[in-house]
Ligand binder design. Structure first.
Ligand code: NAD
Length: 337
Protein backbone atom coordinates (compact mmCIF):
# COMPACT_ATOMS: atom_id res chain seq x y z
CA UNK A 1 0.00 0.00 0.00
CA UNK A 2 1.22 3.45 -0.87
CA UNK A 3 -0.36 6.42 0.91
CA UNK A 4 -0.16 10.10 0.00
CA UNK A 5 -0.18 12.40 3.03
CA UNK A 6 -0.96 16.00 2.09
CA UNK A 7 0.10 18.46 4.78
CA UNK A 8 2.33 15.68 6.09
CA UNK A 9 5.04 18.06 7.32
CA UNK A 10 2.57 19.65 9.75
CA UNK A 11 1.75 18.75 13.33
CA UNK A 12 -0.81 15.97 12.94
CA UNK A 13 0.44 14.92 9.50
CA UNK A 14 3.99 14.29 10.71
CA UNK A 15 2.83 12.00 13.52
CA UNK A 16 0.42 10.21 11.22
CA UNK A 17 3.11 9.75 8.55
CA UNK A 18 5.27 7.95 11.14
CA UNK A 19 2.43 5.70 12.28
CA UNK A 20 1.37 4.96 8.68
CA UNK A 21 4.97 3.97 7.92
CA UNK A 22 4.95 1.68 10.97
CA UNK A 23 1.74 0.09 9.66
CA UNK A 24 3.74 -1.17 6.67
CA UNK A 25 2.63 1.43 4.12
CA UNK A 26 4.86 3.36 1.74
CA UNK A 27 4.35 7.01 2.67
CA UNK A 28 4.78 10.00 0.37
CA UNK A 29 4.39 13.49 1.79
CA UNK A 30 3.16 16.52 -0.17
CA UNK A 31 3.28 19.88 1.60
CA UNK A 32 3.72 23.50 0.49
CA UNK A 33 5.54 24.30 3.77
CA UNK A 34 3.22 27.28 4.38
CA UNK A 35 3.06 26.27 8.04
CA UNK A 36 5.99 23.84 8.36
CA UNK A 37 9.56 23.33 7.25
CA UNK A 38 11.97 20.89 5.64
CA UNK A 39 13.40 20.35 9.13
CA UNK A 40 10.10 18.65 10.01
CA UNK A 41 10.51 16.39 6.98
CA UNK A 42 14.04 15.51 8.11
CA UNK A 43 12.72 14.67 11.59
CA UNK A 44 10.02 12.43 10.09
CA UNK A 45 12.71 10.73 8.01
CA UNK A 46 14.76 10.13 11.18
CA UNK A 47 11.81 8.13 12.56
CA UNK A 48 10.90 6.33 9.32
CA UNK A 49 13.36 6.04 6.45
CA UNK A 50 16.00 8.50 5.26
CA UNK A 51 14.63 8.56 1.72
CA UNK A 52 10.94 8.97 2.54
CA UNK A 53 9.60 10.85 -0.50
CA UNK A 54 8.66 14.49 -0.01
CA UNK A 55 7.17 16.82 -2.64
CA UNK A 56 6.96 20.55 -2.00
CA UNK A 57 3.74 21.59 -3.74
CA UNK A 58 0.31 23.12 -3.31
CA UNK A 59 -2.36 20.44 -2.85
CA UNK A 60 -4.75 22.63 -4.85
CA UNK A 61 -2.68 21.87 -7.95
CA UNK A 62 -4.41 18.73 -9.16
CA UNK A 63 -1.88 18.21 -11.97
CA UNK A 64 0.99 17.96 -9.49
CA UNK A 65 -1.02 15.80 -7.09
CA UNK A 66 -1.95 13.55 -10.04
CA UNK A 67 1.70 13.19 -11.06
CA UNK A 68 2.63 12.23 -7.48
CA UNK A 69 -0.17 9.65 -7.43
CA UNK A 70 1.09 8.07 -10.66
CA UNK A 71 4.79 8.23 -9.82
CA UNK A 72 4.37 6.69 -6.36
CA UNK A 73 1.52 4.31 -7.29
CA UNK A 74 -0.64 5.82 -4.56
CA UNK A 75 -3.61 3.69 -3.37
CA UNK A 76 -4.97 5.91 -0.62
CA UNK A 77 -4.79 9.52 0.53
CA UNK A 78 -4.90 11.29 3.88
CA UNK A 79 -5.63 14.95 3.24
CA UNK A 80 -4.43 17.22 6.06
CA UNK A 81 -3.32 20.24 4.00
CA UNK A 82 -5.26 23.26 5.24
CA UNK A 83 -4.99 26.43 7.26
CA UNK A 84 -6.23 25.78 10.79
CA UNK A 85 -6.39 28.86 12.99
CA UNK A 86 -9.89 29.86 14.10
CA UNK A 87 -8.86 33.40 15.04
CA UNK A 88 -6.86 33.95 11.85
CA UNK A 89 -9.78 32.69 9.78
CA UNK A 90 -11.97 35.42 11.27
CA UNK A 91 -9.47 37.99 9.97
CA UNK A 92 -8.68 36.29 6.65
CA UNK A 93 -11.79 34.41 5.48
CA UNK A 94 -10.90 34.56 1.78
CA UNK A 95 -7.50 32.96 2.33
CA UNK A 96 -9.12 30.23 4.42
CA UNK A 97 -11.87 29.38 1.92
CA UNK A 98 -9.44 29.56 -0.97
CA UNK A 99 -6.82 27.29 0.58
CA UNK A 100 -8.96 24.81 2.48
CA UNK A 101 -11.62 24.30 -0.18
CA UNK A 102 -9.16 24.70 -3.07
CA UNK A 103 -6.78 22.05 -1.75
CA UNK A 104 -9.67 19.62 -1.18
CA UNK A 105 -10.87 20.13 -4.75
CA UNK A 106 -7.32 19.65 -6.07
CA UNK A 107 -6.77 16.42 -4.15
CA UNK A 108 -10.19 14.99 -4.93
CA UNK A 109 -9.93 15.79 -8.65
CA UNK A 110 -6.49 14.17 -8.88
CA UNK A 111 -7.75 11.06 -7.07
CA UNK A 112 -10.74 10.61 -9.36
CA UNK A 113 -8.74 11.26 -12.52
CA UNK A 114 -6.22 8.61 -11.44
CA UNK A 115 -8.62 5.99 -10.05
CA UNK A 116 -7.72 6.35 -6.36
CA UNK A 117 -10.80 5.91 -4.18
CA UNK A 118 -9.83 5.87 -0.49
CA UNK A 119 -9.67 9.29 1.14
CA UNK A 120 -9.37 10.19 4.80
CA UNK A 121 -10.18 13.85 5.27
CA UNK A 122 -9.14 16.03 8.23
CA UNK A 123 -12.32 17.54 9.54
CA UNK A 124 -12.83 19.19 12.87
CA UNK A 125 -15.18 19.47 15.82
CA UNK A 126 -15.60 23.11 14.79
CA UNK A 127 -18.27 21.84 12.35
CA UNK A 128 -20.57 21.51 15.39
CA UNK A 129 -20.29 25.22 16.16
CA UNK A 130 -21.59 26.03 19.64
CA UNK A 131 -23.43 22.81 20.51
CA UNK A 132 -26.67 22.88 22.49
CA UNK A 133 -25.83 19.53 24.02
CA UNK A 134 -22.59 17.75 24.87
CA UNK A 135 -21.14 15.29 24.15
CA UNK A 136 -21.64 15.73 20.42
CA UNK A 137 -22.36 12.73 18.21
CA UNK A 138 -21.87 12.65 14.45
CA UNK A 139 -25.59 13.33 14.05
CA UNK A 140 -25.55 16.42 16.28
CA UNK A 141 -26.53 19.57 14.38
CA UNK A 142 -23.70 21.20 12.44
CA UNK A 143 -23.25 24.91 11.88
CA UNK A 144 -19.94 26.68 12.04
CA UNK A 145 -19.45 29.81 14.12
CA UNK A 146 -16.24 30.89 12.38
CA UNK A 147 -14.86 30.84 8.81
CA UNK A 148 -12.42 28.00 9.58
CA UNK A 149 -15.25 25.73 10.70
CA UNK A 150 -17.27 26.81 7.68
CA UNK A 151 -14.47 25.71 5.34
CA UNK A 152 -14.54 22.26 6.94
CA UNK A 153 -18.32 22.06 6.52
CA UNK A 154 -18.06 23.14 2.87
CA UNK A 155 -15.37 20.50 2.27
CA UNK A 156 -17.46 17.79 3.93
CA UNK A 157 -20.48 18.69 1.76
CA UNK A 158 -18.27 18.78 -1.35
CA UNK A 159 -17.01 15.29 -0.50
CA UNK A 160 -20.56 13.98 0.11
CA UNK A 161 -21.58 15.31 -3.31
CA UNK A 162 -18.52 13.95 -5.13
CA UNK A 163 -18.70 10.53 -3.42
CA UNK A 164 -22.35 10.25 -4.51
CA UNK A 165 -21.39 10.31 -8.20
CA UNK A 166 -17.93 8.72 -8.25
CA UNK A 167 -15.97 5.79 -6.87
CA UNK A 168 -14.59 8.02 -4.10
CA UNK A 169 -14.95 6.68 -0.54
CA UNK A 170 -14.42 9.23 2.18
CA UNK A 171 -13.88 8.99 5.91
CA UNK A 172 -14.06 12.50 7.40
CA UNK A 173 -12.42 12.41 10.81
CA UNK A 174 -13.71 15.17 13.06
CA UNK A 175 -10.78 15.79 15.37
CA UNK A 176 -11.23 17.40 18.73
CA UNK A 177 -8.18 19.17 20.23
CA UNK A 178 -4.90 17.43 19.45
CA UNK A 179 -1.93 18.05 21.73
CA UNK A 180 1.18 16.12 22.80
CA UNK A 181 4.03 14.85 20.68
CA UNK A 182 5.81 11.68 19.57
CA UNK A 183 7.39 10.01 22.64
CA UNK A 184 10.86 10.42 21.08
CA UNK A 185 10.47 14.21 21.27
CA UNK A 186 11.82 14.34 17.69
CA UNK A 187 8.59 15.63 16.14
CA UNK A 188 5.97 17.90 17.63
CA UNK A 189 3.87 21.01 17.14
CA UNK A 190 5.87 23.96 15.82
CA UNK A 191 3.57 26.85 15.04
CA UNK A 192 4.94 29.67 12.90
CA UNK A 193 4.33 32.99 14.68
CA UNK A 194 2.46 33.32 17.94
CA UNK A 195 0.51 30.12 18.69
CA UNK A 196 -3.26 30.45 18.74
CA UNK A 197 -3.88 27.17 20.60
CA UNK A 198 -3.63 26.78 24.37
CA UNK A 199 -0.99 24.07 24.79
CA UNK A 200 1.62 25.34 22.29
CA UNK A 201 1.14 28.80 23.76
CA UNK A 202 1.70 27.72 27.35
CA UNK A 203 4.71 25.63 26.32
CA UNK A 204 6.29 28.72 24.76
CA UNK A 205 5.67 30.60 28.01
CA UNK A 206 7.38 27.71 29.83
CA UNK A 207 10.54 28.00 27.69
CA UNK A 208 10.57 31.80 27.95
CA UNK A 209 9.58 32.63 24.37
CA UNK A 210 6.36 34.30 25.54
CA UNK A 211 5.74 36.28 28.74
CA UNK A 212 2.47 34.96 30.02
CA UNK A 213 -0.52 32.85 29.08
CA UNK A 214 -3.73 34.68 28.25
CA UNK A 215 -6.82 32.84 29.44
CA UNK A 216 -9.48 33.90 26.93
CA UNK A 217 -12.71 34.20 28.92
CA UNK A 218 -13.35 33.50 32.59
CA UNK A 219 -17.09 34.02 32.47
CA UNK A 220 -18.23 31.03 30.43
CA UNK A 221 -21.02 28.88 31.83
CA UNK A 222 -18.60 26.10 32.82
CA UNK A 223 -17.57 24.82 36.28
CA UNK A 224 -14.56 27.18 36.57
CA UNK A 225 -15.60 29.81 33.99
CA UNK A 226 -12.95 28.90 31.40
CA UNK A 227 -13.68 27.19 28.07
CA UNK A 228 -13.85 23.38 27.94
CA UNK A 229 -12.39 21.20 25.17
CA UNK A 230 -11.77 17.52 24.44
CA UNK A 231 -7.95 17.29 24.30
CA UNK A 232 -6.59 14.22 22.53
CA UNK A 233 -3.02 12.94 22.28
CA UNK A 234 -1.71 13.39 18.73
CA UNK A 235 -0.40 9.79 18.77
CA UNK A 236 -3.91 8.50 19.52
CA UNK A 237 -5.14 10.65 16.66
CA UNK A 238 -2.42 9.32 14.35
CA UNK A 239 -3.45 5.73 15.11
CA UNK A 240 -7.05 6.73 14.36
CA UNK A 241 -6.03 7.41 10.74
CA UNK A 242 -4.55 3.94 10.30
CA UNK A 243 -7.70 2.46 11.84
CA UNK A 244 -9.83 4.58 9.48
CA UNK A 245 -7.94 3.44 6.34
CA UNK A 246 -7.99 -0.17 7.51
CA UNK A 247 -11.74 -0.14 8.09
CA UNK A 248 -12.85 1.59 4.90
CA UNK A 249 -15.10 -0.48 2.65
CA UNK A 250 -15.60 -0.04 -1.10
CA UNK A 251 -18.63 2.11 -1.95
CA UNK A 252 -18.84 3.30 1.64
CA UNK A 253 -19.41 6.79 0.15
CA UNK A 254 -19.04 9.37 2.92
CA UNK A 255 -18.79 8.72 6.66
CA UNK A 256 -18.02 11.27 9.37
CA UNK A 257 -16.45 10.01 12.60
CA UNK A 258 -15.51 11.88 15.79
CA UNK A 259 -11.97 11.35 17.08
CA UNK A 260 -11.95 12.52 20.68
CA UNK A 261 -11.55 11.08 24.15
CA UNK A 262 -15.09 11.76 25.31
CA UNK A 263 -13.85 13.92 28.20
CA UNK A 264 -13.85 17.69 28.49
CA UNK A 265 -11.14 19.66 30.32
CA UNK A 266 -11.20 23.38 31.05
CA UNK A 267 -8.37 25.78 30.22
CA UNK A 268 -7.65 26.10 33.96
CA UNK A 269 -7.54 22.32 34.41
CA UNK A 270 -5.05 22.01 31.54
CA UNK A 271 -2.99 24.79 33.07
CA UNK A 272 -2.92 23.00 36.45
CA UNK A 273 -1.69 19.74 34.88
CA UNK A 274 0.86 21.67 32.78
CA UNK A 275 2.20 23.40 35.90
CA UNK A 276 2.58 19.99 37.56
CA UNK A 277 4.36 18.48 34.53
CA UNK A 278 6.65 21.48 33.98
CA UNK A 279 7.28 22.02 37.69
CA UNK A 280 6.58 25.76 37.81
CA UNK A 281 3.52 27.95 38.04
CA UNK A 282 3.20 29.61 34.66
CA UNK A 283 2.36 33.33 34.67
CA UNK A 284 -1.14 33.96 33.36
CA UNK A 285 -3.52 36.84 32.74
CA UNK A 286 -7.23 36.83 32.12
CA UNK A 287 -8.24 38.25 28.75
CA UNK A 288 -11.66 38.71 27.22
CA UNK A 289 -13.41 36.04 25.21
CA UNK A 290 -11.91 35.54 21.76
CA UNK A 291 -13.98 35.84 18.56
CA UNK A 292 -14.96 32.45 17.14
CA UNK A 293 -14.35 30.43 20.35
CA UNK A 294 -17.10 28.15 21.65
CA UNK A 295 -17.91 27.66 25.33
CA UNK A 296 -17.64 23.90 25.73
CA UNK A 297 -17.43 20.88 23.52
CA UNK A 298 -16.42 17.26 23.84
CA UNK A 299 -16.97 14.15 21.75
CA UNK A 300 -19.10 11.10 21.94
CA UNK A 301 -16.48 8.70 20.49
CA UNK A 302 -18.81 5.65 20.31
CA UNK A 303 -18.93 5.51 16.51
CA UNK A 304 -15.12 5.45 16.23
CA UNK A 305 -15.07 2.44 18.56
CA UNK A 306 -17.78 0.69 16.55
CA UNK A 307 -16.56 1.43 13.02
CA UNK A 308 -12.80 1.72 13.46
CA UNK A 309 -12.24 -0.38 16.59
CA UNK A 310 -10.37 2.68 17.86
CA UNK A 311 -10.38 4.61 21.10
CA UNK A 312 -8.05 7.14 22.66
CA UNK A 313 -6.10 5.81 25.62
CA UNK A 314 -3.50 8.45 26.54
CA UNK A 315 -4.24 10.71 29.54
CA UNK A 316 -4.12 14.51 29.76
CA UNK A 317 -1.00 14.14 31.88
CA UNK A 318 0.69 12.06 29.15
CA UNK A 319 -0.33 14.61 26.50
CA UNK A 320 1.29 17.45 28.42
CA UNK A 321 4.36 15.43 29.44
CA UNK A 322 5.04 14.43 25.82
CA UNK A 323 4.41 17.95 24.58
CA UNK A 324 6.81 19.29 27.21
CA UNK A 325 9.43 16.68 26.29
CA UNK A 326 9.30 17.88 22.64
CA UNK A 327 9.42 21.55 23.66
CA UNK A 328 12.37 20.99 26.00
CA UNK A 329 14.28 19.19 23.24
CA UNK A 330 13.30 21.91 20.74
CA UNK A 331 12.73 25.19 22.61
CA UNK A 332 12.58 27.07 19.29
CA UNK A 333 10.81 24.31 17.44
CA UNK A 334 12.51 22.95 14.34
CA UNK A 335 14.37 26.25 13.85
CA UNK A 336 17.81 26.79 15.33
CA UNK A 337 17.66 29.28 18.22
N1 NAD B 1 -4.54 21.10 15.19
C1 NAD B 1 -5.82 21.17 15.45
O1 NAD B 1 -6.23 21.66 16.50
C2 NAD B 1 -6.84 20.61 14.48
C3 NAD B 1 -8.12 20.28 14.94
C4 NAD B 1 -9.05 19.80 14.03
C5 NAD B 1 -8.71 19.63 12.70
N2 NAD B 1 -7.46 19.96 12.28
C6 NAD B 1 -7.15 19.80 10.87
O2 NAD B 1 -6.10 18.85 10.74
C7 NAD B 1 -5.27 19.17 9.64
C8 NAD B 1 -3.82 19.26 10.10
O3 NAD B 1 -3.72 20.21 11.15
P1 NAD B 1 -2.34 20.51 11.87
O4 NAD B 1 -2.66 20.91 13.25
O5 NAD B 1 -1.41 19.42 11.62
O6 NAD B 1 -1.92 21.82 11.07
P2 NAD B 1 -0.48 22.23 10.52
O7 NAD B 1 -0.61 23.64 10.05
O8 NAD B 1 0.58 21.89 11.47
O9 NAD B 1 -0.35 21.26 9.26
C9 NAD B 1 -0.96 21.54 8.03
C10 NAD B 1 0.10 21.36 6.95
O10 NAD B 1 -0.51 21.60 5.69
C11 NAD B 1 0.36 22.42 4.92
N3 NAD B 1 -0.49 23.10 3.96
C12 NAD B 1 -1.43 24.06 4.17
N4 NAD B 1 -2.03 24.40 3.01
C13 NAD B 1 -1.47 23.61 2.05
C14 NAD B 1 -1.66 23.47 0.66
N5 NAD B 1 -2.57 24.20 0.00
N6 NAD B 1 -0.92 22.56 -0.01
C15 NAD B 1 0.02 21.81 0.62
N7 NAD B 1 0.25 21.90 1.94
C16 NAD B 1 -0.49 22.79 2.64
C17 NAD B 1 1.09 23.30 5.91
O11 NAD B 1 2.34 23.75 5.42
C18 NAD B 1 1.25 22.35 7.09
O12 NAD B 1 2.47 21.64 7.02
C19 NAD B 1 -5.82 20.46 9.06
O13 NAD B 1 -6.68 20.15 7.99
C20 NAD B 1 -6.60 21.05 10.20
O14 NAD B 1 -7.63 21.89 9.76
C21 NAD B 1 -6.51 20.43 13.14
Amino acid sequence: MSVLVTGGAGFIGSHTAVVLHESGRKVVILDDLSNSSTAAVDAIRSLTRPDLPFVEADAADSDVVGRVIVEHEVDEVVHFAAYKSVSESVEKPLEYYSNNVGSTIGVTRAMIENGVSRLVFSSSCTVYGEPDEVPVTESSPTGAVNPYGATKLVCEQLLVDVAAVSALDVMALRYFNPVGAHPSGNIGEDPIGVPTNLVPYLMQVAVGRLDRLSVFGEDYDTPDGSAVRDYIHVMDLAHGHVAALDSMVPHGRFTAVNLGTGEGHSVLEVLAVANEVIGISLPTQVAGRRAGDVERIWADPTLAAQLLGWHANRSLHEMLADHWHWQQKHPTGYRAS
